[in-house]
Design a binder for this molecule. Structure first.
Ligand SMILES: Cc1cc2nc3c(=O)[nH]c(=O)nc-3n(C[C@H](O)[C@H](O)[C@H](O)COP(=O)(O)OP(=O)(O)OC[C@H]3O[C@@H](n4cnc5c(N)ncnc54)[C@H](O)[C@@H]3O)c2cc1C
Length: 373
């Protein structure tokens, strides 16, 4: 039997969950997620950082616009704080000073920053190798995000607002109808006015299923791993450290370190696994920058960060497929920007306009629209 929905969201990662939460305030939402567990793909594999200094242009706008929600979520949204202390230290060697200065000049217009010399950087991060970080940027107000609390908060909040969340429900067919879209999983068939394509790395696959032209989304692998911290190192005050050319990063994470090569290797969407060579290269770079000796990797994983050609998110109605909305291309910032992007897609669907607070920050409808591609 065919069921009906006002809004049908495909994908239950952070993007789809946040969109379902916003849309459920205005109509009957059904969210279909292929995996039996929401957050199995990119959402569950991130570094969980909130930073305004590292993100540029529209990304910074969307990040800033998400901060209020993360700091003060609505009552009952979560039992845990969504943000916790994690300063960001962006480090540069002597030959990278110009890059540090350029980033500081750009980000410093909007974000509170401090420039640190080698000694000041090591006071903050004692494991840095003396003489390595000749110039660094400190962003004191960056934060660690509790991704699970945020994601579950969106899903729980959606259900409370009447949404149906179906896990283990892969969308297998998508057809345009005279009234909107017919969406079929193995379990059910839904008729809906509006489809929101939030299928992460699979957004182009889903679009093709419905005869909608692709946006040229390229999923790119990024590897991460954890390793023990040396005895006596106080992780509580330790910043996250990222190389200014994004060649590696590491950060404290519940009694240990997490590290990454920060690579971006293009590939087809799939359940991506880490490559040993990427872990080895990351270890080499982290050891060159620090006094850490990484003898044993506790756990490693990889996730797909998806980008279109201009590396900006794609949020809006497809120009050739009425009622088909894209919420794609979240790249490496889909967690920290999830709240603003969800409000944006919901505003476009319900009112045909960018929400006022986002417009006040300079965001226009065309900037992220799929028609630009
Ligand atoms: C190593 C790493 C570090 C990162 N660090 C950060 C960070 O510090 N801060 C930050 O903000 N972001 C970070 N990111 C990026 C962030 O994780 C992503 O931008 C975000 O998770 C994307 O969310 P999503 O919902 O679009 O995708 P996903 O979480 O991948 O969700 C998409 C979902 O769609 C489902 N799906 C696909 N096809 C179908 C179908 N046919 N039917 C039903 N369901 C379907 C999939 O099963 C999947 O669950 C990082 C990413 C990686 C890999």
């Amino acid at each position: 039997m065919t069921k009906t929905a006002d809004f049908l969201v495909i994908g239950g990662g952070i993007a789809g969950a946040a969109a379902a939460y916003e849309l459920a305030a205005d109509g009957r939402v059904v969210l279909l997620e292929r995996e039996p567990v929401a957050g199995y793909h990119t959402t569950g594999r991130s570094a969980a950082l909130y930073t305004e200094a590292w993100e540029k242009g529209v990304w910074r706008t969307l990040t800033v616009a998400s901060r209020a929600f993360l700091e003060h979520p609505p009552p009952g949204f979560t039992d845990y704080p969504l943000l916790s202390h994690l300063p960001l230290l962006i480090i540069g060697r002597d030959d990278q000073r110009r890059l540090v200065e350029e980033l500081a000049a750009d980000a410093g217009r909007n974000v509170e920053l401090a420039l640190l010399d080698d000694e000041a950087a090591r006071n903050l991060c004692p494991v840095l190798r003396p003489g390595y970080a000749s110039l660094s940027i400190l962003e004191p107000a960056s934060r660690a995000i509790d991704v699970d609390a945020l994601h579950q908060g969106f899903l729980r909040g959606s259900r409370r607002r009447g949404a149906t969340i179906e896990l283990g429900s892969e969308v297998e067919r998508l057809e345009g109808t005279s009234a909107g879209w017919r969406v079929s999983s193995r379990q059910h068939v839904y008729d809906t006015r509006i489809v929101v394509n939030a299928a992460g790395a699979w957004c182009d696959v889903v679009a093709r299923m419905g005869g909608v032209g692709p946006i040229g989304l390229v999923p790119k692998r990024r590897t991460a791993f954890t390793f023990a911290a040396p005895e006596g190192v106080d992780l509580g005050e330790m910043p996250m450290v990222v190389d200014v050319s994004e060649q590696f990063y590491f950060k404290p994470e519940v009694g240990q370190f997490m590290g990454s090569l920060a690579e971006a290797t293009p590939m087809e969407p799939h359940d991506v696994r880490p490559e040993e060579i990427d872990v080895a290269l990351a270890i080499e770079r982290i050891e060159a920058a620090t006094t850490l000796q990484i003898r044993h990797v506790r756990r490693s994983w990889a996730g797909l960060r998806s980008f279109v050609s201009d590396e900006l998110p794609v949020v809006g109605e497809d120009p050739a497929a009425a009622g088909f909305y894209w919420l794609a291309g979240q790249g490496g910032a889909g967690i920290m920007t999830a709240s603003a992007m969800a409000r944006l897609v919901a505003g476009l669907i319900i009112k045909g306009a960018v929400p006022q607070d986002l417009a006040d920050l300079g965001l226009s409808k065309g900037q992220l629209a799929p028609s630009r591609l």
